[in-house]
Ligand binder design. Sequence first.
Ligand code: ADP
Ligand code: MG
Length: 317
Amino acid sequence: MNDASVILQARGLRKRYGAQEVVRSMDLSLRRGEVLGLLGPNGAGKSTTVSMIAGLIDADGGDCLIEGQPMRGDADPRKGLLGLVPQELALHETLSAASNLRAFGALYGLAGQRLTQRVDAALDIAGLRDRAGDIVAEFSGGMKRRLHIACALLHDPAIVILDEPTVGVDPQSRNAIFEALLALRDAGKALLYTTHYMEEAERLCDRLLIVDHGQIVASGRTRELLDAAVLATTVCLDLDRPIKAGLAEALGQLPGVQPLAGGERPQQLRLELASLAVLPTVLQRLAGLEVRLQGLHTERPSLEQLFLSLTGRQLRD
Ligand SMILES: Nc1ncnc2c1ncn2[C@@H]1O[C@H](COP(=O)(O)OP(=O)(O)O)[C@@H](O)[C@H]1O
Ligand SMILES: [Mg+2]
């Protein structure tokens, strides 16, 4: 890709452990101002891929380019453009949030006023300014995760790689993390984000690489991938009375209509339609049966369905 906004590229990354090819041939390119998602089940090879990109483990093949130039090992000064948030927490529990950040900042070679400034900025990003002096052992899981993320941002990297940063996080902290990450993106940072959560990928990522068994099985803009997955539309119909035995089956006789389980109320009927064009036939049939409709909504196809349609398999959790 010859595109000036591309800041990071990986070409043909490979990794094998014993007989297992963990990463087969991974290509990716990441642009400034976007969140690229690496979405796949546990064991798909996401952590191995980002660890190779961040230089934590050696690749068996392939290379990484930053700003179009291959990385030259640990001494490469452009390594400072990268910030990695690893999957495992690495905090000093007995130190305060600020002391943790100062320790990480020192690792990146920050000192003096610059270090103080960056620690304050990181505390703001993590939403922990008022807890700066408190020891980490007293923090909730979500606060620890936010601090863990902040540790990777001290040197103000242009590329932020986050490996499943919301595992074990409460919904409130998760929202805070998402908002912080989207603000970083909007400030022009490039984010590479691994997850096995469909809804995270959908909410956060501009583009997705769907990975399984160390390979990309699909890629594209999140929105377009989702639209392409509209193989079928699920509609929920709210009827004026509890559903009688045989109604779903009767509708299931119509071409392109498949009854589904899982209505939220006894009056709710869920149907999978081959396309929305089938809906008028369904409504006509209901009218013929003198069942009145009180409301209806469609369910958006989930990335879960997309994954299933691409790989024939359910996402493992
Ligand atoms: N150091 C290692 N030694 C042996 N096997 C490993 C090692 N690291 C990862 N694996 C294996 O590689 C596969 C991919 O792991 P990983 O990259 O952690 O996947 P993900 O992050 O997508 O869950 C898994 O089957 C895992 O057991
Ligand atoms: Mg992982």
